[in-house]
Design a protein around this ligand. Structure first.
Ligand code: ZN
Length: 361
């Protein structure tokens, strides 16, 4: 059905995987349970229990229009085709690979999608949304289907989805002028104050200290001078952190935190970055936010916001406070408990900082 040897095809898959992290770390289902493509351009998927989903995009060629598909573990019973309308040419549910179900969305040839802007958002452990296009194409909601799995034929692909080498290549850190910049990284909380406590007892203080230490290492390698406000579990008041930064007169101040939702809701996940004042602070926040989102596929973008936190309000230099995920959220906590993800987050924050220093600092 698809020309897997086509170079162009591979290139697009590659780009899509890197920029959109389309292979999703959904250890969420043993099969696709239901799907809906709404007329606002949103594809909604409901999966069953633990599984990985893989998503792909192929750019239009002379014969086909743009095409998007997702592979789910488990074979469905009855392959079928659904005729589309508006921008959608057709939707197919098939089983091109043994043990897998594939949902394919074929778009009309004149439709030009922007897969690089797509993000898969986990709204709950088993529910996923992806906005495929903006609603300026009018069309009717296309079918809502239930996919019944073929009994006794479910294979769960537990292979890890992130290929770290690719992520590292992708995040290749920018160069900055050596021995020119000074950054203070502030791991939140510490000592008797553990900060947020999440699923399984995961502590904010531990996570942010580890991430901060990796950031320090990465920036130091690029010739940036870095000091941490704390290097170990110590009780450090907010004014002490601020005095530390102001005394050293660093170029920027970056405070690292992890979130907890009220009522410890497991369905609340996401990343956000705060600044208090100035375009420099906002620019730094934007650069960091963009990078951390890239390494956290599926986790919602809660945005770059103005915040009145003590440490960013009272420091004299451009200052930001990064919330690297919800320790109380199922999706974020599962990641943040892993060393590999902490490294990725640190890498992303270091990249945002270096981009800022090389262009704005
Ligand atoms: Zn905190």
């Amino acid at each position: 059905m698809l020309n897997f040897l086509n170079e162009k095809f591979f290139r697009y898959i590659f780009v899509f995987l890197l920029l959109n992290s389309a292979i999703l770390p959904l250890r969420a289902s043993s099969a696709l349970a239901a799907w809906a493509l709404k007329n606002n351009g949103v594809l909604e998927l409901r999966t069953k229990s633990d599984a990985n989903l893989k998503a792909f995009f192929q750019k239009a060629n002379q014969i086909y229009g743009d095409r998007f598909w997702i592979d789910f573990p488990g074979e469905l019973k009855n392959p079928r085709k659904i005729l589309g309308n508006g921008p959608i040419k057709e939707i197919r549910l098939g089983k091109p690979i043994k043990g897998k179900t594939r949902l394919v969305i074929e778009f009309e040839k004149e439709i030009n999608l922007k897969p690089l802007t797509w993000r898969m958002i986990g709204t709950d452990q088993n529910t996923w949304r992806i906005k495929l296009f903006s609603p300026n194409y009018s069309f009717k909601t296309i079918g809502e289907g239930i996919v019944r799995k073929k009994a006794g034929n479910i294979k769960v692909d537990k292979k890890s989805i992130f290929i770290n080498k690719r992520i590292n290549d992708f995040l290749e850190l920018p160069e900055v002028k050596r021995n020119k910049f000074f950054v203070i990284v502030d791991p939140g909380h510490g000592g008797p104050d553990p900060g947020a406590i999440g699923i399984g007892g995961i502590k904010e203080t531990d996570v942010v200290l580890e991430v901060s230490k990796i950031i320090k290492k990465l920036l130091s390698e690029k010739g940036v001078k870095v000091r941490l406000t704390r290097n170990y579990e110590v009780d450090l008041d907010l004014p002490q952190r601020v005095d530390f930064a102001n005394r050293f007169n660093s170029d920027i101040f970056v405070s690292i935190h992890a979130n907890a939702s009220r009522g410890k809701r497991k369905d609340i996940n996401g990343l956000e970055t705060f600044y208090f004042r100035g375009w420099r602070g906002r620019t730094l926040a934007k650069r960091i936010q963009r990078q951390i989102l890239r390494v956290s596929p599926g986790s919602p973008d809660r945005g770059v916001k103005q915040g009145r936190f003590y440490v960013i309000k009272n420091t004299k230099m451009p200052a930001v406070l990064v919330e690297i995920g919800f320790l109380t959220g199922r999706l974020d906590a599962r990641r943040l408990e892993k060393k590999e993800h902490r490294k990725r987050i640190a890498y992303a924050i270091a990249k945002g900082i270096l981009e800022y220093l090389s262009k704005t600092g």
